[in-house]
Design a protein around this ligand. Structure first.
Ligand SMILES: Nc1ncnc2c1ncn2[C@@H]1O[C@H](COP(=O)(O)OP(=O)(O)OP(=O)(O)O)[C@@H](O)[C@H]1O
Length: 326
């Protein structure tokens, strides 16, 4: 039975194996109503498996999965769920409007066809056979179909893989608008840009475990790595060893006036102050922050290198995510 107050998604201590492969290893995740969550992780991390448990396509070997408090295998639990898997097929000879109408026929109160098409920039395609759509238009239609039943929970597995920039932006805007209407959305992606564009909360998955679960900003903060590039004056000395928070120094490149190096450090301000105090002769200082990809790689390698236990499922509220080597 689903309940009005139950969270859209509640995954508790779930393990799922495929033969010798443990795709998910004691994973827990709670997603509350109205959240928009990005599942980020490399190939084989377990993202698709996690979604397949939430959609009821698969069952866990251990642990429980609940959708709005109900068993996702129960069709009643899935009436409020819309999903687009990584790969979808559309009937080539049906027109776009016919496909939308076909899906709408399964719901008591579907979104009007005109609204579905408008949200995804497909209004002009209504009379076209789906076989004649471009790859980007097909993908937009596939995602649009997941919203026809006005689901309260939307699960999308790599929604914009293979799309060009424009198609990606149309799709992101449609998802942001639908989320703004009150829906709960979970998106998996390899595209860091996609997670940054869509997610307010990021769950980093690696090797079947939750490595971090926090706000987008906090995941970036977790590995507040800064890259400080500067040109060291030729023959000017400048001892870089032992600078505070220094993690790495790239090989120098000869440039006019000296050698260009990039210092990787946890705190750029402290590092630059130390450079000045040591009278290191530098020029053309440039500081930049870490990308989500860098944050993710750092999290993964930290867990691997240090043998650190992954974050507890409720890390974002009860326990700090794994500390990162700085
Ligand atoms: N049906 C299956 N049979 C055997 N192994 C599987 C099956 N499905 C998934 N796996 C394995 O489980 C692990 C997790 O796969 P999963 O597809 O969930 O990862 P993912 O994070 O979604 O990866 P991707 O980003 O490439 O889609 C992988 O090692 C994968 O090979």
């Amino acid at each position: 039975m689903t309940t009005a107050t139950a969270p859209p998604v509640l995954v508790e201590h779930v393990t799922r194996r495929f033969g010798a492969v443990t795709a998910l290893d004691d994973v827990s995740l709670r997603v509350d109503a109205g959240e928009i969550v990005g599942l980020l992780g490399p190939n084989g991390a377990g993202k698709t498996t996690l979604l397949s448990l939430v959609t009821g396509l698969r069952t866990p070997d251990a642990g429980t999965v609940r959708v709005f408090g109900g068993d996702p295998r129960d069709p009643a639990s899935r009436t409020s769920l819309g999903t687009t898997p990584q790969e979808t097929g559309l009937p080539d000879t049906l027109k776009v409007r016919e496909v939308v109408d076909f899906v709408a026929g399964h719901y008591a109160d579907p979104m009007p066809r005109g609204e579905v098409l408008a949200r995804f920039g497909l209004t002009d395609m209504a009379e076209r056979q789906t076989g004649a759509l471009s790859g980007g238009q097909k993908r937009r239609l596939a995602v649009a179909l997941s919203l026809v039943g006005r689901p309260r929970l939307v699960l999308l597995d790599e929604p914009t893989t293979g799309l060009d920039v424009e198609a990606r932006h149309v799709l992101w805007q449609a998802l942001r608008d639908y989320h703004a209407d009150g829906a709960t959305v979970i998106v998996t992606s390899h595209y860091l840009e996609e997670i940054e564009a869509l997610a307010e909360r990021v769950v980093v998955v690696g090797e079947g475990r939750v490595l971090a679960d926090d706000s987008l900003a906090r995941v970036l903060d977790l590995v507040a790595v800064r890259r400080v590039s500067l040109t060291l004056a030729s023959g000017g000395g400048g001892d870089l060893a032992g600078l505070p928070g220094l993690q790495d120094v790239t090989d120098g490149t000869a440039v006019p006036g000296g050698t260009r190096v990039t210092l990787v450090a946890s705190d750029a301000d402290v590092l630059v102050r130390a450079l000045v105090e040591r009278s290191v002769p530098f020029a053309d200082l440039e500081v930049r922050g870490a990308s989500l990809e860098e944050a993710f790689l750092s999290l993964t390698s930290h867990v691997e290198d240090a043998g650190t236990e992954p974050a507890e499922p409720s890390a974002r509220t009860t326990q700090p995510a794994p500390e990162v080597t700085r």
